[in-house]
Design a protein around this ligand. Structure first.
Ligand SMILES: NC(=O)c1ccc[n+]([C@@H]2O[C@H](COP(=O)([O-])OP(=O)(O)OC[C@H]3O[C@@H](n4cnc5c(N)ncnc54)[C@H](O)[C@@H]3O)[C@@H](O)[C@H]2O)c1
Length: 359
């Protein structure tokens, strides 16, 4: 039974509680930590009530003290993005496994330090790109691995969402370069991660145009990115927080010589188009067997992601979304920011950038 602690008990942390409850045979929450004590108390109570248990969940406002006193096996970090690297590095260097929310960090250098610290201390680092576990996405990935598309031509990630000023005013860190980034780094990173995972990862150049059109924030509320992969294939990202009056779609489309697939739904959980030359499965059949829509855009993925991390620790292997995987989507966005700043396509080799370089 692995002992877990949650650091950062805000909006997304209920998904961490839910994932622990769903993995209760192998993991147990022993502490919660938030600088606002009431939030840590509320999260501990939420877990106890869902578990129908009176076992103590310790409450902390200082994560260093928590680590010293209760020595968890795994921490999950769900603080503001700008604090992820500092907290993760501290925990990794204390020999603790880490599940960190996306984005894993806000600079290439910090993310690399985290990957190195996990390796050096022989612990696992996992980044919350939970949509990789959606059955629709797993199916698409299998089609890629089975070479069903043939030569890949292009892939498109469209994240056409609405985040109004109320959303940004709820938490002042959102939309700032120091603690968040814009809609590309906060909302679109999931689909950008999926796009690069499907298209083959290795990148030649990134070109972007971004802007702050409708929201009174420091960072972008719209971004268009063109990614040239080393294979020659092209990735296109259209990401926005400005769609009137509510979320319209999140889709991932992949186009190859012998196949076309589009994944959509509330949280890229539904196959919308599935056409392949090999005739292995018909579009009609595939469309019939769809996963249900989740209750929010966060989807169902935290539970299998936590399960994969538990298995990775027990089997001493890398989790599916390790630090080395998590850095990829983040770096595409940092390269997009650099491209916007310099007005030219960014050569990917040895590239380094930080969100605060946009200030
Ligand atoms: N995977 C997803 O789908 C998903 C969805 C939403 C948010 N997120 C990510 O989760 C993170 C948190 O987002 P949120 O919307 O829950 O934010 P939030 O502002 O609601 O919560 C952050 C919490 O962290 C606490 N905190 C800050 N510093 C701390 C520290 N040193 N120790 C302990 N607690 C501290 C704050 O008091 C706050 O309660 C962000 O990185 C965000 O990008 C991921």
């Amino acid at each position: 039974m692995l002992k877990f602690a949650i650091i950062g008990c805000g909006r997304i942390s209920y998904k961490h509680v839910e994932a622990l409850v769903n993995n209760k045979a192998e993991g147990k929450l022993i502490a919660t930590c938030d600088v606002v004590e009431e939030k840590a108390i509320e999260k501990a109570n939420e877990y106890k009530s869902k578990m129908n248990s009176s076992d103590e969940v310790h409450i902390y406002t200082d994560y260093k003290k928590m680590i010293e006193e209760i020595k968890p096996d795994v921490v999950t970090i769900a603080t503001e993005s700008g604090y992820h690297a500092e907290i993760a590095l501290y925990c990794l260097n204390k020999g603790i496994h880490v599940i960190v929310e996306k984005p894993m960090a806000l600079s290439t250098e910090d993310a690399e330090k985290m990957i190195k610290a996990a390796d050096k201390n022989k612990v696992k680092l996992c980044v919350c790109h939970q949509n990789r576990f959606n059955p629709s996405i797993q199916k698409l990935r299998k089609a890629i691995e089975g070479n069903r598309f043939g030569k890949l031509v292009n892939g498109t990630a469209r994240i056409l969402w609405n985040r109004n000023m109320g959303y940004y005013e709820q938490a002042p860190w959102r939309g700032t370069w120091e603690l968040d980034g814009g809609t590309l780094m906060n909302q679109c990173i999931h689909n950008i991660d999926l796009l690069q995972w499907m298209m083959g990862g290795e990148i030649e150049t990134v070109y972007a145009q971004t802007g702050t059109f409708l929201r009174d924030i420091e960072a972008e509320d719209f971004g268009a990115i063109i990614v040239r992969f080393k294979t020659g294939a092209i990735g296109i990202v259209e990401g926005t927080a400005c769609v009137y009056p509510k979320n319209l779609e999140e889709t991932l489309s992949i186009f190859g010589e012998n196949g076309t697939a589009v994944i959509g739904g509330l949280a890229v959980n539904k196959v919308e188009t599935w056409r392949f030359a090999d005739g292995l499965d018909s579009e009609e059949e595939v469309l019939k067997h769809q996963a249900e829509d989740p209750d929010s855009v966060y989807g169902f993925g935290h539970t299998p992601l936590f399960k994969d991390m538990i298995d990775a620790i027990n089997e001493d292997r890398q989790p599916l979304v390790s630090g080395k995987e998590g850095i990829k989507g983040m770096n595409i966005i940092l390269a997009a920011y650099k491209s916007q700043k310099e007005g030219i396509p960014v050569k990917y080799e040895n590239f380094r950038f930080r969100t605060i370089d946009m200030k």
